[in-house]
Design a protein around this ligand. Structure first.
Ligand code: NAP
Length: 492
């Protein structure tokens, strides 16, 4: 009997999964998406200045390289267009179910029973959760937020109907997002007030456009495009990815580059002091920009480093008593990077809820599966190497691994597969131990850290990740032989 799949999420990983299922001749699958369009983070984020700080030639599916990216780090709208184009090329339209939020997924009688908001239901053999990481905007817990009389929105919910020209615009936050917004807004707005709680290290990466000649060259030569992909991948793996997991030489190089960027490009010593972080570079997600420092020094920008006391009707009151009067307030305050599948109520074998299994920490086996949740897999799940490499390659490698587990069922070797508890515990113990050598735990606050202070990232090398994703080690899995009867399913 043919098996049915549900993919949750129509972002980068969901589209990838659909393509790879089709490649295997599997067509009985649905991509459930709570929004009205595909694209995930690139659909949700439309803020001015949005681009990807992973080079475009790497930030693409390895099997769908694009010869004509406009820039080395291309704008968000172009990336969204890329995913729409790929979905069209692979004819995925009939598989999408938009405006269909999965509320509950329960494993009963050997299958997954899905409840969809609005009352629809589905039953499938496999669930592949491609729900992404940064999709729950974090609203800051600042008193008086609702009192502000001007327009106020999160960076991931940009309100394009709000005119900014000549306005007094406040931005709370100095993460990767805010650092892209500031240069994009500075020449449009009247006054820009940037509320910085923590200074950031900034690596000065230029973003040159690709020329028409380069586009023609990459179109004519897939080998050249592949070489560029390999070049940028290797640069990431050999430098940044090594630095964050403890290669001190590489880390010192990054620190030196950030420090000289600050010293050479921020001219006022007092401003430089306020922009100098007191923690190691790359402890937080490293900022890549050569346009932030020039922008923050423009005469219409005020960098506010006094803490925020509260928000009032007219603006933001800081702890020194000053009221910063504003027309518009942007919350570039990041995301809950630990929510993963939540708020979906996922119920595995014997009524085990994922919410309970993850009550203390999000623990998975090699990021892709959880004991007690058979035939349920995640892409870019907990402890994926998202802070180290291009998330697209990560997802591709994880999916290739997951599909080998799926094959065990499709080939009739078992009815269901899930990692064992013991193997998952071993993996997580090793993870926690290895985290001690990473830069993420050297003393900074970041969204990487969960509430126990453990980074949600991968503490080892890219080679190790690639090796671990090559093939499942079946001693680490429970293969369920029993095919549950339809009667059992109905009564469950
Ligand atoms: P973020 O890195 O989590 O930054 C949030 C900012 O808001 C921080 O500066 C934080 O200050 C500040 N903040 C939060 N709550 C606050 C409060 N109550 N009062 C004052 N300040 C507050 O979020 P993000 O900038 O949206 O970036 C999130 C992630 O998205 C990035 O790390 C990256 O992985 C991804 N991203 C990627 C790109 C790209 O080009 N690839 C672009 C944008 C985002 P503290 O630092 O003091 O906590």
């Amino acid at each position: 009997m043919s098996k049915r799949f549900a993919i949750i999420g129509a972002g980068m990983s969901g589209i990838l999964t659909a393509i790879k299922l089709k490649e295997r001749g599997i067509t009985d699958f649905v991509i459930y998406e709570k929004a009205s369009r595909l694209g995930g983070t690139w659909r949700d984020n439309t803020y001015p200045g949005l681009s990807c700080d992973v080079p475009s030639h790497v930030y693409a599916y390895s099997f769908e390289l694009k010869p004509d990216w406009t820039h080395r780090f291309s704008p968000g709208a172009e990336i969204q267009g890329y995913f729409e184009g790929v979905a069209k090329k692979y004819d995925l339209d009939r598989h999408f179910r938009f405006d269909s939020e999965i509320e509950r997924a329960e494993y009963r009688g050997g299958r997954w029973h899905l409840s969809i908001k609005g009352g629809a239901a589905d039953s499938v053999d496999f669930v592949i959760a491609a729900t992404g990481v940064l999709h729950h905007p974090a609203t800051p817990d600042i008193p008086g937020l609702g009192d502000f009389k001007g327009a106020c929105f999160h960076s991931a919910r940009w309100d394009h109907s709000v005119a900014l020209e000549g306005k007094r615009v406040g931005i709370i936050g100095t993460g990767s997002t805010a650092i892209q917004i500031v240069p994009a807004l500075v020449d449009r707005v009247g006054q820009l007030v940037l509320f910085q709680r923590t200074a950031q290290w900034v690596l000065p990466l230029a973003n040159p456009p690709y020329s028409a000649d380069e586009h023609a060259m990459y179109r004519a030569s897939p080998e050249a495009l592949q070489q560029s992909y390999d070049f940028w991948s290797a640069r990431f793996v050999d430098t940044f990815a090594r630095a964050v997991i403890g290669d001190q030489d590489e880390l010192h190089k990054i620190e030196a580059a950030c420090r000289s960027n600050l010293e050479e490009n921020v001219h006022d010593p007092e401003l430089r002091r306020r922009l100098t972080p007191d923690y190691r570079a790359a402890c937080k997600r490293l900022i890549m920009s050569d346009i932030f420092y020039p922008a923050v020094q423009k005469p219409n920008v005020t960098l506010v480093t006094d803490g925020i006391e509260r928000i009032e009707a007219a603006g933001v009151r800081t702890k020194d008593g000053v009221l910063h009067e504003l027309d518009v307030l942007v919350l570039a305050t990041g995301f809950d990077g630990h929510a993963f599948l939540r708020p979906i109520d996922v119920i595995g074998e014997g009524g085990l809820r994922l919410a309970d299994a993850w009550a203390d920490a999000n623990e998975a086996y090699r990021s892709v599966a959880v004991p007690g949740f058979p035939n349920f897999f995640m892409l870019v799940g907990p402890n994926s190497p998202i802070g180290n490499f291009s998330v697209i390659l990560i997802s591709e490698l994880q999916l290739a691994y997951v599909l080998q587990l799926v094959d065990l069922v499709l080939q009739g070797r078992c009815h269901a597969v899930a990692p064992s508890k013991a193997a998952t515990q071993r993996f997580n113990t090793a993870l926690r131990e290895a985290m001690k050598g990473t830069v993420w735990v050297t003393g900074c606050r970041s969204w990487y850290l969960d509430r126990n202070g453990n980074p949600a990232l991968w503490p080892w090398s890219f080679d190790r990740f690639r090796t671990e994703m090559q093939a499942p080690d079946l001693v680490d899995f429970d293969l369920v032989a029993r095919e549950t009867t339809p009667q059992a399913a109905a009564s469950g």
